[in-house]
Write a protein that binds this ligand. Sequence first.
Ligand code: TNX
Length: 550
Amino acid sequence: MIHVIPTPASLTMREGDPFILSDDTPIIAGPELDGAVDAFLRTLEASTGIVLSRESAGNKPAITLSVNADDEQLAGLAAPSGLRADEGDATAEAHRIDVDASGITITGRSAEGVFRGLMTLVQLAGTSPLADEGIDIPTLQIVDAPRYAWRGISFDVVRRFSTPDEVKAVIDLLALYKANVLHLHLTDAEGWRIEIDRWSKLAEVASTGAVGDRSGGYYTKEQFRDLVRYAADRFITVVPEIEMPGHAAAIFRAYPELAGNGVDPRTTNLDRSPWFQVMHPDNPQIFGFLEDVFREITEMTPGAYLHIGGDEALGMDAELYARFMQRAREIATATGKKVVAWQETSRSGFAPEDIAQIWLEPSVHDIEEEDKPEPPKQEDLPPDMEEVNAAFGEAARVSPFDLPRIIEQGASVLLSLQPVSYLDMRYREPSADAEQEAMRKRVGAPFYGSRTVRDFFLWDPGTIKPEVSPDRIAGVEAAIWCETVESAGDLFFLLVPRLVGILEKGWAPAADPEAAWDDFAGRIAAHDAIWDHHGWPYFRSSLIWDKPGD
Ligand code: TNX
């Protein structure tokens, strides 16, 4: 069995002896592939312990890499649907891998295609049998390209601040499973996470909090640029999100003058629950603030898109919301970027070139009795809890009208539907490792209920929203919200293995989800060796791994 994830577009097993990969296997590649090779060498070492070097040693069987935009087999592959976050060539990721005893060749339509193929090679190396002189890589041909052009994760670095090294670990995980987008949720009610020169108190003041008594933090511009570069070295585009007009309370801690309309103190809402602390379109400074922030963020991110939030502006007057988001959209597009925003932004209007990220899905909130959280103590409830609950009720009532409007407005749709994409949902089935059970019941948002990794996998991006025409689907994004995440260990526990399943959906050819699950579960079972090498914790689902003694 070949344990490559996502499932390749085409895999042909061949007759003949395997290729033996060992520490002295040479790599032959032109200078245009220096970056891809470098990222591959680090990934291979971190995933398997194999240390290769570029110095070629005589005429041993080698790994030979090349770019060939005219390769006939690659030209025969269907171009992916959807949109690329860097607006690059949609076919750039196509590649083929040919393995026999005499060598491995990887041919890409671009350096990016070669890199995606090298990630397949890392997986083959990490899941294939050890032989006396190295690892047996089976004789085969893979010809591969993704189904969708946008595949990634929305990563909340606010509710728990993830350090630059932790973000890099997430990028490593994304790269290994051929994601190409890292959407960073950089601001929220609890904190602001990115240095902005023109508004220095964002870093000095607004960054200090997180959920509960966790410490906050922020990325300096240098650290942020380094993350963007680290991602780009792995052909991943960073899409920065500046959230608005809701989830804005941290900004007002630093700059109270940005709250409300600047005239009527009752509009600031600073005495109310953070849920109601929203930006106001009549504030004389607010759009100048956004211009500065967008400009500085744009200078640091080469991708084609800015994410301008738009979700959960609870209790906000509909006219004020629409006016706010229209202006915010204009300011964002004036930087030269295109816009992504959460689905609620349809209420102010998407343009056809925008991307609407859809997430609200009322269906499967099936909370098991034993998982129900303790009701909060009266003294822990915010004073306006009833109004907050009523506002959530109203938000749920109006959210089903968003998608029809998005379709009408002609925007593209990025799929992040809660029941199949929200990685802060709890796991339902027991872990094969009894020691993980306490963690399973602690980590993840209790209000979603819980689902098994299998249930989470049983969907298809092409049919889950049949009313959206296939050419309007931009791609697939998982989301990880970190309210219940206390450590990097908790983070990886929620990400792995479900993120890998979502990235399978974004890349693999369309397939019957039930049949695809059996196959996927069989393939992913071998990947624990790779995660262990990295030191990534993961949920050892009893639907994938046997319990000891079974
Ligand atoms: C809703 S998803 C949010 C986040 C929360 C999440 C909890 C979205 C656009 N907004 O702010 O963290 O629920 O799962």
